[in-house]
Design a protein around this ligand. Structure first.
Ligand code: SAH
Ligand code: SF4
Ligand code: F3S
Length: 439
């Protein structure tokens, strides 16, 4: 029997795409190998967001090449955004790769894997294949991804995503709600809505099928059994009053928001083509906090964008302080081929970028520690993810604000418990169960 192993790089989109890849391979009669060593089909689902993502993947492909020299029957398949970015060159530059698909063509995976001398080993572009109805394999029985849209219509000057995932296409609302109901009937209690820009959902739908993101949040909230709704990533430009109201008024929507800032300098934001300035972003944060005082707010920030001065960077620190985020993903700017910003003058030297990142990370940790300390003494509703990695006696789980919490006594995976928070670090909360809420 053929046994596959999928290695996933990149974001939640790819994690979700990997579920489809696994589902499709299983539907084709293959089984998942317990580890890559025991697999005879290696699938790499790839990312190309930063240069480092490319480097890691190329390293992994080189290891696979060594194995293929010893085991010529090994099949090597590459999917995802990096595959799309190199397209057919992949077979010239990495001749040991047998088949490849871009993120819009996952549905063609079996065809390219079965290709013979007369058919194509690669399928790219043509982002019309929604692939949402392909078989899927979920890792956790109580949690699921739910895809709202594909692609992105923004033109952020640093970003390669629009060129590898195509223009934005929203899924039909009936299809989304049918999937949400199906998930609920299978016992899923938490869904994470996915899209490159979730809150522009629906703009491209035909007038008779139109639905906004806010309406969709309310409709999913109304489904029995789904108790936690999260989404990522919204764009600040589309975070309007109706979305904030839907979040605040829907009991199942978690008190959590990941709202990418990218830079605190309005001058840099303009060059990034983000279409908001720091003032508008901070006003938005104030409105969100007013509607949801206990919201946990996280963000993405890029340091070292071309032309970023010390003053620009200071603005980022200032806005970060004022927004008082719970956490942030921080990135060093990486020039991507074909993006507008890669052509800008004034690319900054690496040591300066690293030095700024270090200062930003200190501030991020400082706020994270403070925000978590403020929760000591509170009671949090925690969804158990089972025993912690280090100690089977201690369980880990997530609060509604998406904070990792370690607690005792243990509670089975998927159950919800009330935990009194007794201690915290910048990364985790710790506490004792005071009562089980639901099973
Ligand atoms: N569509 C989502 C996610 C995009 S990728 C959004 O807009 O929020 C995730 C993050 O990677 C981005 O938010 C950005 O902070 C970072 N990123 C994207 N391109 C980058 C680049 N060229 N260099 C460094 N970080 C980048
Ligand atoms: Fe990239 Fe901007 Fe689209 Fe996000 S919104 S995927 S950062 S172009
Ligand atoms: Fe995601 Fe990376 Fe593609 S961040 S959209 S897998 S380039």
């Amino acid at each position: 029997m053929q046994r596959f192993h999928v290695t996933t790089f990149g974001c939640q989109m790819n994690v979700h795409d990997s579920e489809r890849i696994k589902g499709m391979l299983e539907a084709a009669g293959m089984g998942e190998a317990p580890d890559s060593e025991q697999a005879n089909v290696l699938v790499f689902n790839t990312c190309t967001i930063r240069e480092r993502a490319d480097d890691r993947l190329i390293q992994a492909l080189n290891v696979a090449r060594g194995r293929k020299e010893r085991e010529p029957d090994l099949q090597i398949v590459v999917a995802g955004c990096w595959a799309e970015s190199v397209r057919d060159d992949i077979f010239r530059d990495f001749p040991w790769v047998d088949a490849a698909v871009g993120p819009g063509r996952i549905g063609a995976l079996r065809d390219v894997m079965n290709a013979d001398a007369t058919s194509e080993r690669g399928a790219f572009g043509s982002f019309d294949d929604f692939a949402a109805d392909l078989p899927k394999r979920r890792e956790r029985s109580h949690q699921a991804w739910l895809q709202l849209s594909m692609g992105c219509n923004s033109v952020c000057s640093y970003c390669i995503v629009p060129s590898v995932r195509g223009r934005e296409r929203s899924r039909n609302v009936r299809e989304i709600l049918a999937e949400a109901n199906q998930l609920a009937s299978e016992g899923v209690t938490e869904v994470v809505l996915l899209g490159q820009n979730v809150n522009s959902y629906g703009r491209d739908l035909a007038p008779d099928a139109r639905c906004t993101f806010a309406e969709l949040l309310r409709a999913i909230d109304a489904i029995d059994g789904i108790d936690r709704i999260r989404f990522m990533s919204p764009h600040p430009k589309d975070m309007r009053g109706d979305v904030i109201a839907a979040m605040a008024e829907s009991p199942s929507v978690c008190n959590q928001l990941h709202l990418p800032l990218q830079s605190g300098s309005s001058r840099i934001l303009k060059r990034m083509r983000r279409t908001y300035d720091s003032e508008r972003y901070l006003e938005l944060v104030a409105r969100v906090r007013e509607a949801m005082p206990d919201v946990a707010l996280t963000t993405d920030i890029i340091v070292g964008f071309p032309g970023e001065t010390e003053e620009d960077f200071q603005e980022t620190l200032r806005v970060y302080d004022e927004a008082a985020f719970d956490h942030a993903y921080t990135f060093i700017y990486s020039a991507r081929n074909g993006t507008e910003a890669a052509g800008f003058d004034e690319q900054l030297p690496d040591d300066l970028k690293h030095e700024r990142l270090g200062r930003l990370v200190d501030l991020v940790q400082d706020h994270a520690a403070r925000r978590n300390t403020a929760l000591i003494g509170s009671i949090q509703e925690v969804l158990s993810e089972g025993p912690s990695r280090k100690d089977p006696e201690i369980c880990r789980g997530k609060t509604r604000g998406n904070k990792t919490t370690l607690f005792t006594p243990a509670a089975p995976v998927g159950t919800v418990v009330s935990v009194r928070i007794e201690d915290s670090t910048s990364q985790t909360l710790r506490g004792q169960v005071v009562s089980a809420v639901t099973v």
